[in-house]
Write a protein that binds this ligand. Structure first.
Ligand code: PDD
Length: 287
């Protein structure tokens, strides 16, 4: 249970945590966010998450609301006050509250900063990883800067809902040329019959996942070959394994795509090895 939420300098009780009705995040989706795993009370890969946050803020021309040191202190306080040992930390920074106008307010306009921590039962996620998930593919209808972690998540919300309605656990977006871009909230991977890991190269069409980057480090440790190239749904169905990566799922096997089995239709050994080795390789940040 989340007891309190940091909002603009104050640790507010959950029921009272509020932002202004004219917040630009609320009116325009004019803001960015990060989701960071908390494990054993520590942040997983904080440097990579803060680097990505800086990149998203710079691209949107939102000034950093505070230094990294101050942000880390807020993270520590939010985790401690909510007594989260295993779970997630959510940070959202928007361009702040201003009378509705598409044009940007002045550069020195104060941002809105919201941060919360929530406990999660990772045993449930582990249990799911032993079974794997089914995904439904759909046309990627998102904007042209999916590399920025903005709060404009409506396409992902609708995609996940459509997947759920079809009995799947997640959605995979597919571009106009038939290549998988990524999952609605994760990066997509396959393991070829030759045992090589394949994932789409970074670009404007996918989020540069922190877990994706760390899984590449893990693969190197395990002496597995990673190839960054686009793959189609047919490639995935012909692969020996498929999986997705994100801060909340780490490495989650995909065992079915649009009702068709991937490989033997059950989680594969490569995904299991990557998942097992992940936290030994990731940066565990002291908070
Ligand atoms: N989603 N791609 C998309 C579209 C995402 O939303 C996410 C993360 C990822 C994986 O990024 P990372 O490995 O840094 O978590 C890829 C988060 C978890 C969310 O929105 O809840």
């Amino acid at each position: 249970m989340t007891r309190c939420i940091y909002v603009n300098g104050r640790y507010a009780p959950y029921a009272e945590a509020a932002i202004h009705a004219e917040d630009r995040g609320f009116q325009f989706g004019d803001g960015v966010y990060e989701v960071i795993e908390v494990r054993g009370g520590r942040l997983v890969d904080p440097t990579r998450h803060l680097d990505r946050l800086s990149g998203s803020l710079t691209a949107l021309m939102i000034a950093a609301p505070m230094s990294r040191g101050c942000l880390m202190r807020v993270f520590a306080e939010v985790i401690a006050r909510n007594r989260v040992s295993s779970g997630i930390l959510y940070l959202q920074v928007t361009r702040g509250a201003a009378a509705r106008d598409f044009a940007l307010p002045n550069q020195d306009h104060p941002a809105t900063v919201v941060c919360l921590a929530r406990a999660m039962d990772f045993a449930k996620v582990d249990a799911r990883a032993r079974v794997g998930i089914a995904v439904k593919t759909m046309a990627d209808n998102r904007w042209g800067r999916c590399d920025l972690k903005t709060v404009m998540l409506l396409p992902a919300v609708l995609a996940k809902q459509a997947a759920k309605a079809a009995g799947a656990q997640d959605a995979w977006f597919v571009d106009r040329d038939g290549f998988v871009t990524e999952g609605a909230s994760n990066n997509a991977w396959i393991v070829t019959k030759a045992g090589e890991l394949v994932t789409r190269p970074l670009g404007h069409d996918i989020l540069p996942g922190v877990t994706r980057a760390t899984v590449m480090d893990v693969a190197r440790e395990l002496q597995l070959k990673v190839i960054e190239r686009p793959f189609t749904v047919a490639d995935a169905l012909g692969a020996s394994e498929a999986f997705v990566t994100s801060a909340t799922t780490i490495v989650m096997p995909v065992v079915q795509i649009d009702g068709q089995p991937v490989g033997e239709g059950k989680p594969g050994a490569v995904a299991a090895r990557l998942r097992a080795a992940f936290h030994a390789v990731a940066e565990m940040g002291g908070v």
